[in-house]
Design a protein around this ligand. Structure first.
Ligand code: ADP
Ligand code: AMP
Length: 214
């Protein structure tokens, strides 16, 4: 089961990917998490990515595409995967399709979680993330059992720098400009499904299951 999750930052991609991963036992590949792990470990890639992420801009395609294509070669991806936050531009989608087609492979589902900008602003303000395992919470909608502590690994939760309101505004502009055109791209390849991301998390997940299990 090879799935791409599309949607604005804060639409709920990471949240849904975490549940899909548990239910279908396939890896959750988040390019944002990969960059954040590189920043934490102070790698060269992390240092480069941080300059873009802090401004709410996209990391250049050439720093992202090979990284993902190499990741998909790993053994745990052989029965499928969930891509969260990739592709984010048309060239990324084209490179991905090309690399998969060269192996006689393809993405099966592109699931667009539709969430209007005014919901996004609230979601980002309350989002708390675990820098250790990537789990995501919301102070009101999905609080952790103990305030600011990750239920899964016990590490502290943080408000991501790029979730501050000034950066969120920029990220939404970037989304509409560079990532939203992917909706038409995947409509064109015939694998797009769109869901209402404003519904409760369980409802969104049930709708994703309807798409992939039909
Ligand atoms: P993305 O990965 O698309 O950036 P997240 O999965 O991190 O988005 O979700 C953004 C925030 O919204 C998080 O704080 C998360 O807990 C919360 N959230 C996710 N899905 C829902 C939902 N269906 N209803 C309410 N809050 C949600
Ligand atoms: P995310 O965790 O998906 O919200 O991503 C956080 C940030 O990482 C984004 O705002 C971008 O700066 C960067 N990023 C993540 N994935 C990509 C990608 N596929 N292409 C370019 N930049 C990305």
């Amino acid at each position: 089961m090879k799935i791409i999750l599309l949607g604005a930052p804060g639409a709920g991609k990471g949240t849904q990917a975490g549940i899909i991963k548990e239910k279908f036992n396939i890896p959750h590949i988040s390019t944002g998490d990969i960059f954040r792990a590189n920043i934490k470990n102070n790698t060269e890639l992390g240092q480069k990515a941080k300059t873009y992420m802090d401004k709410g801009e996209l990391v250049p395609d050439e720093l992202v595409v090979d990284l993902v294509i190499d990741r998909l070669e790993q053994d745990d991806c052989k029965d499928g995967y969930i891509l969260d936050g990739f592709p984010r531009t048309i060239p990324q989608a084209e490179e991905l399709d090309k690399a998969l087609a060269a192996k006689g492979d393809k993405i099966e589902y592109a699931i667009n979680i539709e969430t209007p900008d005014d919901f996004i602003i609230n979601r980002m303000a309350g989002r708390r993330a675990c820098v250790n395992c990537g789990a995501t919470y919301h102070t009101s909608f999905m609080p952790p059992k103990t305030e600011n502590i990750c239920d899964k690994c016990g590490e502290n939760l943080i408000l991501r720098d790029d979730d501050k309101p000034e950066t969120v505004k920029k990220r939404l502009e970037v989304y509409h400009d560079q990532t939203e055109p992917l909706i038409d791209y995947y409509k064109g390849t015939g694998i797009l499904s769109s869901l209402d991301g404003t519904k409760d998390c369980e409802v969104v997940f049930a709708e994703i299951c309807d798409v992939v299990e039909k």
